[in-house]
Every structure is written in structure tokens, then in C-alpha cells.
Design a protein around this ligand. Sequence first.
Ligand code: HEC
Ligand code: HEC
Length: 507
Amino acid sequence: MILCLGRKSFLSIALILATIFCPFFSSPCFASDGLISLGERLFNDGRFSRFFWKESQGRVNAKLKQGEPHLDVIMTPLGPRPSPFAGQTTSCASCHMVDQAIDDSLGLGMRTYADYSPRVTIPGRNDSLTHAQRNTPMLVGIGSPFLRNRISHWDGEFFDHSETVLGNFTGRNMGWLFHEKDLALKNIIKVLREDDGSGHLGPDFGGSYTKAFLSERIDLKKASDQEVLNAVITAVSTYLNDLDFQTNDKGEYTGSPFDQFLLKNGFSTIPNNGETPKNYTQRLREFLSGLKQPQFIQERDFPSHGKSFGFGHREFQGAKIFFDLPNHPGNKGACFQCHQAPTYSDQSFHNIGTTQAVYDEFHGFGAFLQKYIPKEEFRGPLFHNEAVDKDDPQKFDLGVWNFFGRNKKVTQYLNEEFCQGKPCPLEMMIGRMKTPSLRDLGHSNPYFSHGQMADLFGVLAHYMKVGVQAQQGLLRNPDPHLKEIRLNGHGLRYLERFLNSLNEDYE
Ligand code: HEC
Ligand code: HEC
């Protein structure tokens, strides 16, 4: 078990699985504790931020007198709160938190490598941006061997972990502007080569980077610049691939009441060898439909949620709606079509009307249907990847539309996924976002790509609404499955209970 800086951790080591499923890896086909630990260290190191680069003036072991101003507070549902990162500089961990900010008196609990705000504050530069484009997604589960691909970000910006890692270390969230990528890369190389291990991470992580990488047989002093960057990609990718929910020694998920329910009734929580998530989900549906005498899981306390969860009759009703099983009067969810077990994501991109809902809320019902969106030949360098703004009708988020035709590998994937390998029309990509996992949602509120829903009930009410709108033809480029959704108030309550039964606890 790797501990996150000596704290509680979500990491359940998937090393055995990692070796078996290594074709998914963007890093070489091995994973060692040493590499995971190096990845964790890089993830927590604040010296890759633009602020550190500027203030340290080339002294990579300097202790800065002041941290980044935007880290003084964190935004929470209850307003700004003192940040555990005050006085520090931006690292991956300052947005992807675990238990750094836990404070019962402030209502701040555990996080699945997410934060507490709809859109997190980013380092100030002269470009008028103050917040991240989108809601910080959880990272636990990103290493699951059962995800069909490693495409990341809500809009599919990055195809695999190597693109994701480099993109994030050199991106705006770390304070770097688009044209400063080379500078950001040079800074990474310099920090790694010149680090003397005197920083706060040094003692727990094997001294200087040079020394720590040497134990992984990577000699930073002899390595070329590209080799140093490859070492960073390998270490952080290995770390990300190790972030998964709780499993037993067979690799079966065990952490949530629903997992325990399946295991208790004799059904594995993971696909058979070689079985796709889609086929596994189908088999799971058949199993649940045929379950005549379900053995339920009693409610028990989940300390890190401050609540009790179990899997009983009402959760089972919710599962019936989620998986569209027979006998759930008046309610049909179609949820499983996109949220495929065992991760509850198909790693694909769908338009479930989230952009349209917020756009119409601000600019009037029907406004998004009318909005001019250029076809491919007229798109030019235009991006539509901003949060909806009530003062500016040109701001809205079209999701993967932004990277279709721009990220080659992602484009190829989408063409295969949706158009039998032929080029899809750009319009087909309008408003599609990556399907998020639904495990342990109690630790990653608020929800949706822009954090527009404070709680799960809001999310479910959205589905109730778009189901009707899709049937009436009122949505722009909706996913075909939305038409199948029929929900009433009772259904929402059952579904909410089912989603809660996917929560996990870590002590
Ligand atoms: C300022 C806050 C911030 C910082 C710093 C940050 N992230 Fe993120 N991260 C985000 C946000 C916001 C997103 C969603 C971006 C999007 O989809 O548009 C994200 C998305 C991701 C994802 C994609 C998850 C998924 O399932 O699609 C990964 C992986 C990730 N970040 C890793 C990192 C790493 C590694 C670092 C450090 C190099 C880092 N992040 C630094 C806020 C941050
Ligand atoms: C057509 C595919 C599809 C269907 C059907 C679907 N979802 Fe989703 N779901 C998505 C996508 C895509 C998102 C992200 C959209 C966004 O944030 O803009 C999402 C987001 C969510 C979220 C928010 C998670 C988070 O971390 O923000 C929850 C909860 C959720 N869905 C539950 C459900 C439930 C319950 C159902 C059935 C009633 C359902 N979904 C049906 C594709 C789907």
C-alpha cells in the first residue's frame, strides 16, 4: 500500500493487474513501487509551477518567502476557506486533493483527487482567466484496468497518459501560457537535475531526484533532456495507473455496498478475462434480473462520508432503474448504456444536454438550439470550451468538438466509435463530454463538467428533464439514449440511493 505522504490513501495497489493489462499503459510494461513513489513525489512538488520558476530565479532548491496568492484560500460550497496549500506553489495535488483539507467543522471531507469547487481558481496571468475551464474530475479510478482507453479531460484533449502528463505539467493550470511550453519543460528538467533533496518531499522520497531516479536505473545526470522528460512521463503515468478503487487480491472491486452485494450473491465485480465492459454489463443485467432472493448488505457507518450506506430493497429498486431491468414501474434510466460497469464509465463521449441546459438558463429557452456553430470548413482556430457566461452569449462549451479534427488519435478513436472508421461530421461532436465514473461520488461534489450541480439530486433532475426534451426533439445533437429515459420523483429517490451505494470508505 502506497500512502499519500503518510496520510490515508485511496490507492489500492493494482500491480498484478497492471502487469496483465499493460497494453493500456502509455508507459513501459512494468510498474514498480519506486516509480509509483517518484510519480507521487512529482505530483506533489510545487516547483513545476510558473510562479516557482519566476520567483526562484533559477535556484531550484530555494525556499520561497511567499506562496502563490491564489492558494491562500480554497473555494468550497460554503464560501472561501483557509487552504492547506497556503504559502506553497501550485502542484498537481493542490487541485487534485485527497485528505489535505479535511475539516469536519467546515464540512470539508475526503476527496477522490478532486477539489471542492465547481471550477477551481488558477494562477493569475495577464490573460483575464481566473478559474479552470472545467470542474476538476476525480482521479481515483483513472488507473482501472477496465477502462477501455486512457483518453482524458472532459473534452478528450489528451489521448493517453503521456499526452496528459506533459499537457498538465506545462498547462495553464500550472500557470503556463500556451507559448511557454518549452520554458515549462526546461524548468522540469532543471528542477530534476539540480534538486538536492532538501525540499519537504526529499526526506520521505529518497533524497534528491537524481538519487531517487538512480534506484530506478535512470541516471538523470547522463540522460538527455528527452530522456528526463520520458522519466517524468513514466513515473507520473505509473502513479496514475495505480490510482484505483479498493480491490481484493483477485482484483475484484470490494469497497462499495453494491460491490459487496454482488459478491455476496455470487457475482464477480469485474469482467471475465477478455470480456468487454459492455458485455460484462449485459451479463450483470441478466444476473440482476434473475435474482429471485437477493441477499442484502446491511447499512453501516462510512466514517469518511459521515453517513451510513448499505444495499437493501430501495437501492435494488434504484439498480433496476439504472440497468433498465423489468419491474420498476414508470421509470427507465438507460444509465448503464454509458455508465458501464465495473467503472461506470464507457470512456466515450456523449451529449447529455449539459451545455444546452446552462446556456438556455442564462440566454432563454431555445437559445442554444438557434446558436450559430460553424461547420468544419469555417471553424478556423476557434475553440468553444468556455463556461457559459450570462453576459456573453459567445461563451459555451462544446466538449470534444474542440479536439475533433485537432487531436489526431482522439479523432481516429471517435471516427471508429461513432462512424465505422469513416470521418464523422463535426456537428456530431457538439456538446459531447467524457462519461465520468460513478464510483464514490460522495467525495467529488459538485458534479458535471462545469460543477453546475451541487448534489446528485440535481444531476438526476437534469436527466428527468432531458429525457422529456429528447422525446420532444428539443435538444441539439442529443445522445440517442436520452430518449429512453423516463423518470418520476420516486425514481429519482431510488436512483440517488443506488448511486450512494457506490460510495466507498477509506480509513
Ligand atoms: C489548477 C488546478 C489543477 C492543477 C494544478 C492540475 N489539475 Fe488536473 N485537472 C484540473 C481540471 C480543472 C481538470 C479538468 C480539465 C478539463 O477537462 O477541461 C483536470 C483534469 C485532469 C486529468 C483528467 C482526468 C480525467 O479523467 O479525464 C488528469 C489525469 C489530471 N488532471 C492530472 C493532473 C496532473 C498530473 C497535474 C499536475 C501536472 C494536474 N492535473 C494539475 C485541475 C488541475
Ligand atoms: C448517453 C450517455 C449517458 C446516459 C444514458 C447517462 N449518462 Fe450520466 N453522464 C454522461 C456524461 C457524458 C456525463 C458528463 C456530462 C457533463 O458533465 O457535461 C454524465 C454525468 C453523470 C453524473 C455526474 C458525475 C460527475 O462526476 O460529475 C452522474 C451522477 C450521472 N451521470 C449519473 C447518471 C444516471 C443516474 C443516469 C441514468 C438516469 C445517467 N447518468 C445516464 C453520460 C450518460
